[in-house]
Design a protein around this ligand. Structure first.
Ligand code: NDP
Length: 323
């Protein structure tokens, strides 16, 4: 038997139940892994509340982990029993043991421990595609990064600085501003009220070519107003709630803007993209350019406490759940 946090219905943190489940056998193309650490991500909240539709109930939420391969099914050649691995994507993460498609696993370099592996895969690969592919950040670019002291945020600040960008980090408190600055943000703005004016001042009126907005409803229009003509709004999360339907005319009126709602799943759907994205991430972590900050750990069975902390904006950096 294994243990897992399952939800039987959508709702608050209390719907997460710590339950016995039969340990699954790996089918063809699958691997069975034992989790050493599980990543906590805001997307877990969306699946719990129902903002993202559960594919089945009961559902084991969680989309990121690191651990050891226990067994592989027929046809699996990329990993073998005993390998140290990590992944981001397939639901089923809040568990002591799980199966998943083996081609979603990447081998963890020896220098990266399990907690770091579980903390970095989803948030780090997200930072990679946002900074290198959604918009290819170049040296000298001023960019706006929302929730700059959060999990994705601290990685974005460090990586963007490494690329030579000027990072304007947006946060909700002075304490978080200090943390963002310590991790590469050149400028910080607390709250959204003065954001457009601050971006104007910092860029000498030019505004920015890209805004990375993970907040959604509360910041959508403000973020558009931070963009230079032909700028790109990357609306990649909904921490404050989903963005209401958009009048496309707004994009013309505000300067022929581009708008995208990207998702990691699309960017790493092809195996070659997954491998390249993970390799890029491992490289910046190995070189020390990006440090993965695991600022909170919780026992996996206490995942509800972790969700409460994340939703009440009490966490900074990444959070890991320990089975
Ligand atoms: P974070 O650690 O960034 O936590 C969320 C942060 O959002 C909070 O700390 C808070 O920072 C900010 N926030 C602003 N408004 C609210 C609100 N009303 N309620 C709660 N938090 C709020 O989480 P993650 O690093 O896990 O994820 C960051 C974002 O990236 C999420 O929106 C997530 O959905 C998105 N994401 C998207 C992916 C994609 O491919 N599209 C992949 C991975 C993540 P502050 O207090 O400073 O405002």
């Amino acid at each position: 038997m294994s243990k897992a946090i399952r939800i039987h219905t959508n709702g608050g943190p209390e719907v997460m139940k710590w339950e016995d489940i039969p340990t699954p056998d790996p089918g063809p193309g699958e691997a069975l892994i034992k989790h050493e650490a599980v990543g906590l991500n805001y997307i877990d909240v969306y699946f719990r509340t129902g903002l993202y539709k559960a594919p089945n109930m009961p559902l084991i939420i969680g989309q990121e982990g690191a651990g050891t391969v226990l067994a592989v099914g027929a046809g699996v050649t990329n990993v073998a029993a005993g390998d140290r691995v990590a992944y981001a994507g397939p639901l089923g993460g809040y568990s002591t043991e799980r199966t998943l498609p083996a081609d979603r696993l990447v081998k963890l370099p020896d220098a990266i421990d399990f907690q770091t592996g579980a903390a970095m895969m989803l948030q780090g690969m997200t930072a990679q595609y946002l900074l290198r592919r959604t918009y290819n950040v170049k040296a000298g670019d001023p960019i706006v990064v929302h929730a700059a002291a959060g999990g994705v945020g601290l990685i974005m600040c460090q990586w963007a600085k490494h690329l030579g960008a000027t990072v304007i980090g947006v946060v909700s408190s002075e304490e978080k501003a200090e943390l963002a600055r310590a991790h590469g943000a050149h400028h910080t703005v607390v709250g959204y009220d003065t954001l457009v004016a601050d971006v104007k001042r910092i860029t000498g009126g030019a505004m920015v070519p890209v805004v990375y907005d993970s907040i959604g409803k509360d910041t959508f229009i403000t973020s558009l107003d931070c963009l230079a003509p032909l700028g790109l709004m990357a609306s990649y999360g909904s921490a404050s709630g989903p963005v209401p339907p958009v009048d496309l005319g707004l994009l013309a009126a505000k300067g022929s803007l581009f708008l995208t709602r990207p998702s990691l799943n699309t960017y790493v759907a092809k195996l070659s993209d997954l491998q390249k994205t993970a390799a890029d991430l491992f490289e910046v972590v190995a070189s020390g350019a990006v440090k993965i900050k695991v600022n909170q750990t919780f026992a996996l069975k206490d995942a509800a406490q972790a969700h409460i902390a994340l939703e009440s904006r009490k966490t900074t950096g990444s959070t890991v759940l320990i089975p």
